[in-house]
Write a protein that binds this ligand. Structure first.
Ligand code: NCD
Length: 310
């Protein structure tokens, strides 16, 4: 199947081959090489939730490969008149060759994939999964460390509602990473996910203290507290701003340790970090372009040449 709804849709072998494809596509992603592999193809960008990077990087990826994009959001369309997801997706099936969907409801991407024939890429379903983000995260980690295996990755913040860390933790344990989960008690990684991660044989530890685990980390992956998913604003206020990193927190960290964040940041990363050698979050956001190019090509059955000429 060519849908990507969770990381289970990709084998380890496929993940590595998509990362290799993405690496060769970097000059195309930068606009240095013209490679119209997706000429004549149409992507429907279906965003029922806010997005900056995911929407824009999919659009750039498609356009740099010669394709075109239909941009959809739930405001300004018939969703506001009460049209169902099922009905809207029937139109998309006829108007586009592939669709990217972001939706506040967990399960909405799978529901869409089941409802129509064109490939679906899940760009975030509520507090569920965000597999295309995971692909660019893995790309960023491999770019910095040369491997995905045996790393100590610290995941920090909202591990309960954060879909990026749900998909990423799953993928990392498949490559033998050791995970340290840092969150307030109320935002722990859901038990069923932790059980699943442990069943892979990986070492998983949990703590509420970020500063204790910085010296051992190869990667620190910060996340935003997902305000919009809290049933109660007071509960959000109790944990808002709980984890913050600044440049001096990098003292005593391992050589080559990188700080990542899917962004947007709302205080978790002090701007003093931006100019440190540890900061990788802006590079990480750029990496969305080559990895999404490779994912679009895979789902559309288009092979990426083994050599991309400069
Ligand atoms: C994330 C998301 O939408 O889940 N953003 C992204 O895609 N880069 C993280 C977030 O919103 O906090």
């Amino acid at each position: 199947m060519s849908d990507v709804v969770t990381m289970d849709d990709l084998s380890n072998e496929e993940i590595l081959s998509i990362l290799d494809d993405s690496e060769r596509l970097v000059p195309v992603a930068k606009g240095e090489v013209h490679l119209p592999l997706l000429e004549g193809k149409v992507l429907a960008n279906m965003f029922y939730e806010n997005s900056t990077r995911t929407r824009m990087s999919f659009e750039t990826a498609m356009k740099r490969l010669g394709g075109s994009v239909l941009n959809f959001s739930s405001t300004g369309t018939s969703v506001a008149k009460g049209e169902t997801l099922f009905d809207t997706m029937q139109m998309v099936d006829g108007y586009a060759d592939i669709a990217v969907i972001r939706h506040p409801r967990q399960g909405a991407a799978q529901y869409s994939a089941d409802a129509i024939g064109i490939p679906i890429l899940n760009a975030g379903d509520g507090a569920g999964n965000h597999p295309t983000q995971t692909m660019l995260d893995l790309f960023t980690i491999r770019e910095a460390h040369g491997t995905l295996e045996g790393l100590n990755v610290v995941l920090v913040g909202d591990l309960r509602y954060g879909r990026t860390v749900h998909s990423l933790s799953h993928a990392l344990t498949r490559f033998g990473a050791k995970l340290t989960l840092v969150s307030p008690e109320t935002l722990r990684m859901p038990d069923e996910i932790v059980t699943d991660l442990r069943s892979s044989g990986s070492e998983i530890s949990e703590t509420t203290e970020l500063s204790d685990v910085i010296p051992e980390a190869d990667v620190i992956y910060m996340t935003r507290i997902q305000k919009e998913r809290f049933p109660d604003e007071d509960e959000y206020t109790k944990v808002a701003g709980i984890y913050m990193l600044n440049a001096t927190d990098m003292d005593g960290s391992k050589d080559g340790m990188i700080v990542m964040h899917p962004l947007p940041r709302v205080g978790e990363l002090h701007p003093s970090l931006d100019s440190t050698k540890n900061a990788r979050y802006f590079q990480q956001a750029f990496n969305g372009v080559p990895t999404r190019m490779a994912l679009l090509c895979r789902s559309l059955g288009v092979k990426i040449p083994k050599k991309v000429k400069k």
